[in-house]
Design a protein around this ligand. Structure first.
Ligand code: ZN
Length: 462
């Protein structure tokens, strides 16, 4: 037996009943939660190991008093290598920000993508994220980071129409080839030679209906069926895009995608943002089980239109939360997104009762896990994947602990996370990231970020 016993933490399970179990033990075995509560310590093998004093060899006992233990967070929409562009395009409207970002991206070297994603991975692990959904290009570099970091991820190689002026994207053929190479491994992870196969999923990732033509989107749907994968894209980010879609296609982006079959691909569809919706759009998103990552900080920072979430939840749309790229958010801390979403939504609705803390934490855990295709993660219950985090509940800003849920939504900081685990494997212990060389990554990312902007400045029109 090789198992880990977490002893004496306060478990915020986010199970169907919303159970909070104070000073409770949790047993992890074979990558899953094997027992909770008394059953964890009375498990015959655990009891025997404790009795024999052989804990440490076959049973790792970790005492976690005065902590909160909860499912690890899932960042359901991001562009992890964009850490290198953090702070590079500030105080601009979205319409100027996007071309500026694309102009800088043209100067990226493949290895930059590895180091940018590695920096994001360190940031995410440190702040409690255990899985992320990333859309970018040169995704083999990001896959290398996923393999090394021990995180779970869904990855999508971004596709544009060649010559659409967006440059940084890739043509569909290369994306399909790469997606197929990962999909064949992850289809039957038990048989795969890739030890990370269980932690990896792939999406086809056409950038958006405004950056991809209808024939390209149709081809993506065809390929998604052939490969048995889902689609991750950006949808209806502002009114301009919806107006443009009406002019070009006579319908909204959501209804265009519905007519092409994008929402009926085998691995499901993740439609990031979906901020400007009409009632029929909402019905379609709910009917097709489309996952919608909401990235509140990006919308506020770029002063974009945003949408009240409560009506989407009431309509049955499957929401989740994301940081988006750090060029438009400035960090990868999903706890910050949880708090920001709560504040924005309550403020917009002029109603402090909307989006309870419990709901938000579920969007940030199980909602994201389902979007990425890891349906048995995002909850602390027996049989679920052991993807969990442990937070220091002793911090001054978490006293007194009247409500663990309120503390997690409004008071916690990403830096309160002390331990992190995916599939029963430690990613971080006592705030030390075990899977990645943090010092080297910080050094390389800073160096490469500076060189990237120097190259981009060389081509800036006078
Ligand atoms: Zn995005």
């Amino acid at each position: 037996m090789s198992a880990i016993l977490l002893r004496g933490g306060d478990l915020v399970t986010l199970d169907d009943e919303g159970s909070i179990l104070r000073r409770t033990d949790l047993l992890v075995r074979d990558g899953r939660i094997a027992a909770i509560g008394e059953a964890a310590t009375t498990d015959p093998e655990v009891a025997a190991a404790l009795e024999r004093g052989t804990a440490g060899e076959e049973l790792e006992v970790v005492d976690v008093p005065r902590t909160l233990v909860l499912p690890g967070l899932v960042n359901a929409h991001c562009h992890s290598p964009m850490t290198l562009q953090r702070g590079a395009a500030e105080d601009m409207p979205f319409s100027r920000w996007l071309p500026e970002i694309w102009r800088i991206e043209k100067n990226l070297e493949p290895e930059d993508i590895y180091w940018g994603a590695a920096l994001a991975a360190v940031e995410m692990i440190r702040s409690g994220v255990v899985a992320f959904n990333c859309m970018y290009f040169r995704m083999e570099q990001v896959a290398a980071v996923v393999r090394a970091s021990g995180m779970r991820a869904a990855l999508g190689e971004t596709v544009f129409d060649p010559g659409a002026g967006t440059e940084a994207g890739d043509v569909l053929e290369r994306a399909v080839q790469w997606t197929a190479s990962i999909a064949s491994d992850t289809e039957d992870p038990e048989d795969s030679e890739d030890p990370a196969a269980q932690r990896l999923r792939v999406f086809l990732a056409p950038h958006s209906p405004y950056a991809c033509s209808r024939p390209l989107l149709e081809k993506v749907v065809e390929e998604a069926h052939a490969l048995g994968v889902g689609v991750h894209l950006h949808v209806s980010e502002d009114q301009r895009q919806v107006d443009e879609s009406r002019r070009r296609y006579g319908t909204t982006p959501v209804q265009l995608l519905e007519s092409i079959g994008v929402f009926e691909v085998p691995g499901g569809c993740v439609a990031a943002h979906s901020l400007v919706l009409e009632p029929r759009d909402v019905e379609i998103l709910a009917l097709r089980g489309v996952h919608v990552p909401h990235c509140s900080i990006t919308y506020a920072k770029l002063a974009m239109e945003t949408f009240p979430l409560q009506p989407l939840i009431d309509a049955g749309v499957r929401l989740c939360l994301g940081t988006d790229g750090p060029a438009s958010n400035a960090d990868m801390d999903l706890f910050a997104v949880i708090r920001h979403t709560a504040l924005m939504q309550k403020y917009m609705a002029r109603d402090p009762t909307v989006l309870s803390g419990d709901t938000l934490l579920r969007l940030a855990t199980r909602g994201g896990a389902e979007a990425l295709g890891f349906a048995d993660a995002g909850v602390l219950r027996v049989g679920a994947l052991a993807d969990l985090i442990v937070l220091d509940a002793d911090a001054p800003h978490l006293q007194p602990a009247h409500s663990p849920i309120a503390n997690l939504v409004h008071s916690v900081k990403g830096s309160d996370v002390v331990h992190s685990m995916v599939g029963g494997e430690w990613l971080m212990r006592e705030r030390e990231v075990l899977t990645l060389d943090e010092a080297e990554i910080v050094f390389e990312a800073a160096r490469r970020g500076a060189a990237l902007l120097e190259r981009a400045a060389g081509e800036r029109p006078a």
